[in-house]
Design a binder for this molecule. Sequence first.
Ligand SMILES: [Zn+2]
Length: 131
Amino acid sequence: MLITATTVNGLRVIDEMKTKSPLSTDEKTIYFTRIVCLVLEDKSAVHGCTECTFTGSLGAVRLHLGAQHPKAVSTVPRVSRDQLMGLSATQLLEKAASAERNARDRDYWKRRARKAEGKLRSIHATTAPTR
Ligand SMILES: [Zn+2]
């Protein structure tokens, strides 16, 4: 059993389903491996993190996963030494510039994700039922 929330905003989770990835095609269905769809007792549904009890929209859970449970292995494809040797100086400079742009982009989105998670946490804190 995965570690996911058992209640969301006071509502019991009554079912857990796989969440289809937008990478799915007509030929092949691809599911998120770390995001599940939780059906609540009022028949509404939210997405949940499989690594902890975080729940929210699909986008919120994706942001949460990236910020809180980043994968150890980089998803950026590695360029082999042989591939680099075949490039011109101009192509190498373009690759270096592209890598810098990607790193800046990643840092920008990471900051935004952290900020959004903070806002989401405060929304959850203010909307959570009091015990
Ligand atoms: Zn989590």
